[in-house]
Design a protein. Structure first.
Length: 382
């Protein structure tokens, strides 16, 4: 059965100096429109709290607003219109209790703007991409776009000194549905136990050492941050140094994402089921005791890894199954089922008093997670 799935493809672009200037001008205009229209929404609410703002009434204010600020006509009009729409959505989501109240945008933050593909206004030509107002911009196509992929929305973003274009659309794929689900083999599965020392330990007795990109760069980050703190704020040197700090953070983030993408892809291609614990990583990172998991959990990116793994498995009609976080995976003997209730966090290995099996704490937990995961998929009602 042919189905469609929403997909986003992001590519790095290399605008020339005049195109960079226009991108920055567009970002500035979108920021101004967002902030001014947010002020209008706040003033309207304070004047009459029973009045509901209409999205189209806000959009109708834009032409008159552009007459006051003539330079807004130099940038993509669709981008300004999309800014108003996104502001409205963010504003109404607060009253629907779906999000926090929208904040005013700051010039120093990295963000992007969205435009639409209208009458083939955005297309690829050799090594370039045609973007409204910008013209043809050099692009690095690191992957092939499927023929079935159709996009209507495009985002142009700045991250540090880098610029990216993201294509948001839909792609067709053949959904094997129940045929694939019936062919999934529970034995072709693996259990993963989260590890602070590594990234995870699996039920086959292996572990994956996650490179500590952030901690390895702390010395350099501290040095660059000290330089920034000594400079006069908003001066030319301050802005250049701020860009260096941001580029370093972006480089670290890209290193981590690249590693996690490769690991999750390998697991998704190899196994039909992957079983993990449903951990509260945010709570673990915010602990105030002597364990101080915060920086380590952040550097590992385990939550990001699970997100990557989940959607990669779903694309292949496979499954990521989460075991309850209160399941005593470390305390149970994977051989006989005996539960050692007095097991402490500092004990990395223990011997079962029943069957005399010596267990590595993490490997034993991963095996128990796999067993519990198989039980869940075979007996979902129990």
């Amino acid at each position: 059965m042919i189905k469609t799935v929403k997909r986003t493809y992001r590519f790095r672009i290399y605008p020339n100096p005049s195109q960079k200037e226009l991108i920055e001008k567009t970002l500035g205009c979108c920021r101004q429109v967002y902030n001014d229209f947010l002020s209008m929404c706040i003033e309207s609410y304070e004047a009459d709290k029973n009045r509901t703002i209409n999205k189209y009434d806000l959009i109708k204010l834009l032409p008159e607003y552009k007459k006051t600020f003539q330079y807004l006509k130099e940038v993509d009009s669709v981008a300004l219109q999309q800014t108003v729409i996104h502001l409205y959505d963010a504003y109404m989501n607060f009253f629907r209790h779906n999000a926090a109240f929208p904040k005013f945008k700051k010039k120093k933050n990295d963000y992007g703007y969205i435009t639409m593909k209208i009458n083939n206004s955005i297309y690829f030509a050799e090594d370039d991409i045609q973007i409204p107002k910008l013209g043809r911009v050099k692009v690095k196509l690191h992957c092939h776009l499927p023929e079935s992929f159709k996009f209507t929305m495009v985002s142009i973003a700045r991250k540090g000194k880098y610029y990216y274009v993201s294509l948001l659309g839909e792609e067709e794929y053949f959904d094997y549905g129940e045929y694939i689900k019936e062919s999934l083999d529970p034995n072709n599965s693996i259990g993963l136990d989260f590890s602070l020392k590594h990234l995870f330990v699996d039920s086959n007795g292996n572990h994956l050492d996650m490179p500590t990109y952030y901690q390895d760069s702390l010395t350099r980050l501290a040095k660059e941050q000290r330089k920034l703190s000594r400079m006069k704020k908003d001066s030319s040197h301050y802005k250049k140094q701020l860009l260096r700090v941001r580029n370093l953070h972006e480089h670290i983030a890209n290193q981590r994402k690249d590693f996690l993408h490769k690991v999750s892809r390998k697991l998704a291609n190899t196994y039909d089921y992957v079983f993990v614990e449903n951990l509260d990583l945010q709570e673990m990172g915010e602990r105030k005791d002597n364990l101080k998991f915060g920086i380590t959990i952040f550097d590992l990116g385990y939550g990001t890894f699970l997100n990557y793994l989940k959607y990669k498995l779903e694309w292949l009609n496979k499954k990521l199954v989460k075991v309850d976080r209160y399941f005593p995976s470390s305390q149970l003997c994977s051989s006989c089922g005996y539960r050692k209730t007095d097991l402490t966090l500092s004990q990395r290995s223990w011997i079962c008093p029943e069957c005399k099996t010596k267990h590595n704490r993490d490997i034993n937990a991963a095996i128990n997670i796999k067993k519990e995961g198989i039980r869940i998929i075979l007996n979902p009602s129990n």
